[in-house]
Ligand binder design. Structure first.
Ligand code: NG1
Ligand code: ZN
Length: 551
């Protein structure tokens, strides 16, 4: 190796970011995520790690995003983004966890040393990173700690400021493809907004004027980027931004945002006097990578259009376009879901398209979607995107349409590749995609909703002392541990018409999640609570403190 770790600089700065002694950190499905005020040491060390990742990949730019997404305001987190804009390679999650948990500066330096050797990192390579944060109040201090990490190891670091998670992913890919034939776009937030809005305008040109769209920004960073997007869209699509109080303490994700809507299955109270019957509304989450749509019917009844409905709408549209472009049989569209997908959606989609169920976590969905020519993946919670394989992209640019209709459809497909953020789920890009489909199909929320009927469902969490004793198989649809619990769940599920339920440990919170669905609302609720009761008893929960609804 041509050079060594700058141990002195790392030591001196590391001493300013001591690890709290009583905490164990874990790089989970969404990076490190916990209370913002205990993450200082993690940020410093992630700064160093991101630089090493860049060196390992020959100086390619690595992204670092500081956010805790839909979680409460006091939480924060950090995750690394690999050069093509995708999630950090899984093997490095373990290294991240090890480095974050070294008890002292000495232990940290030793762990780094060992890691550099085993991972064969050539320290003479350059280190390049780009980083951003959401609007959380703990963000600025955490950024300062992260920057110390960059400084300690001598990384070339670019600050992308306060922006959405998907913009950061876009930037990483745009920077790394600059000047190549895969150039992804201009490497700035402005470049991102230009790219999306230009494609959107082309896709809706000639369609009837689109009525304004109500957007719940979750009092987060989506409010900032949403406003800029609105300016780019002008009259093409008027964005009515609500819940934009990014400076109000406690407002972030509070009684608003995509997670609130999906979990509570109701309209944010703040929109009660805003959303008119028949009007389209949507909610972003705190870092604008999740999106849930909804509308009120004539009777003022709330209807939710979640990630599963988005997948159905978008996949059907793309299949139609490939047929119209004369590419039927040449380009295969496939779907990826998780066990949380509504049974109604799985049935609808499986009758029409190849479909795959994978474990929770964007990296699993993303990788599975890469196996299709065009892979549509959405989590029920509204996180998802569409991936076009490079073969498909080439096919689209070389295909010779034989009729004007084929040529139009082909152009639409090409513009979709520009509109869609293919690096990661992106609420703003997905929102424009949905608006394109609705405009093309002349659908209101009601018609979109009628594609299939959702089965009533309930998601419950059970707080447990040790979530890692819960182990799953079959894309998390069955428990293999604790022994015997799955059999009890099966026995219960059989008693409910259309019943389905599964249990898995959360990757982001110290809880076990219980999902249940059934043909009738009250039965779905009852099944969820009874399975939660089984879990509660299994972990030796105090019978006196057993939540009343766990029957
Ligand atoms: P966990 O906490 O592992 O259930 C949650 C979501 C995931 C994913 C991650 C990352 C549900 C049930 N789970 O994971 O889908 O989005 O957060 O943010 O929605
Ligand atoms: Zn998010």
């Amino acid at each position: 190796m041509a050079s060594a770790l700058p141990v002195d600089a790392i030591r001196t700065l590391s001493e300013q970011h001591p690890k709290p002694s009583n905490v164990h950190f874990q790089y989970g499905t969404a990076g490190f995520r916990t209370l913002g005020n205990i993450l200082d040491s993690v940020m410093f060390r992630v700064g160093v790690l991101a630089a090493l990742r860049s060196k390992r990949l020959d100086g390619k730019t690595i992204g670092v995003m500081i956010t805790a997404s839909h979680n409460p305001e006091q939480d924060n987190g950090v995750k690394l983004v690999d050069p093509r804009g995708e999630m950090l390679e899984a093997a490095w999650e373990v290294h991240a966890t090890n480095l974050a948990n070294a008890a002292t500066t000495d232990a940290f330096v030793d762990a780094l040393d060992a890691f550099v050797k085993t991972a064969k990192i050539d320290l003479s390579k350059p280190a390049r990173v780009v980083y951003a944060r959401d609007t959380r109040p703990s963000g600025p201090a955490l950024i300062a700690a992260l920057e110390h990490g960059f400084k300690a190891i001598g990384a070339e670091a670019r600050n992308a400021g306060v922006t959405t998670t998907p913009v950061l992913h876009y930037l990483v890919k745009a920077i790394n493809t600059k000047g190549t034939k895969e150039e992804y776009g201009v490497d700035s937030e402005e470049g991102y907004l230009q790219k999306l809005s230009t494609a959107f305008k082309k896709l809706v040109a000639g369609k009837p004027a689109i009525p304004p769209l109500v957007i719940d920004c979750a009092n987060g960073v989506g409010a900032i980027v949403g406003e800029k997007l609105g300016a780019h869209l002008g009259d093409t699509l008027k964005l009515l931004l609500h819940n934009t109080a990014i400076d109000t303490a406690g407002a972030l994700n509070h009684a608003c945002g995509a997670d609130f809507v999906k979990t509570s299955q109701r309209l944010p109270p703040s929109l009660a006097s805003v959303l008119q019957p028949g009007q389209r509304g949507c909610s972003l989450d705190g870092d604008a990578d999740r999106l849930i749509y909804y509308y009120l019917d004539d009777r003022g009844q709330f209807h939710m259009l979640d990630g599963d409905k988005i997948a159905a709408l978008v996949a059907a549209f793309i299949v139609e376009l490939t047929k119209s472009a004369g590419l039927e049989g040449e380009i295969q569209v496939g779907i990826v879901q998780t066990a949380y997908a509504n049974g109604g959606s799985t049935k609808y989609l499986a009758e029409r398209l190849p479909i795959k169920c994978v474990s929770t976590g964007v990296k699993h969905l993303h990788h599975a979607a890469e196996h299709y020519d065009i892979g549509v993946y959405f989590e029920a919670n509204g996180h998802g995107t569409v991936l076009f394989s490079s073969d498909t992209t080439n096919k689209l640019s070389s295909h010779q349409p034989s009729t004007p209709a084929q040529s139009t459809a082909l152009n639409h497909l090409i513009n979709l590749t520009q509109l869609i953020n293919q690096t990661v789920g992106d609420a703003l890009s997905d929102m424009l995609l949905i608006e394109v489909v609705l405009a093309h199909k002349s659908y209101s929320g009601l018609e979109w909703d009628s594609l299939y009927v959702d089965l009533p469902n309930r998601l419950v969490k059970v707080v447990v002392p040790e979530r890692n004793i819960f182990k799953t198989a079959d894309a998390e649809r069955r428990l293999t541990s604790p022994p015997g619990l799955q059999a009890k769940i099966d026995e219960l599920v059989h008693r409910y018409e259309g019943g389905r339920s599964f249990v898995r440990p959360s990757g982001t919170e110290d809880v076990v999640r219980v999902y249940a669905e059934a043909t009738v609302r009250s039965q779905a609720d009852e099944l969820a609570f009874r399975v939660a009761g089984l879990v509660y008893d299994e972990v030796g929960g105090d019978p006196a403190k057993r939540p009343a609804e766990f029957l």
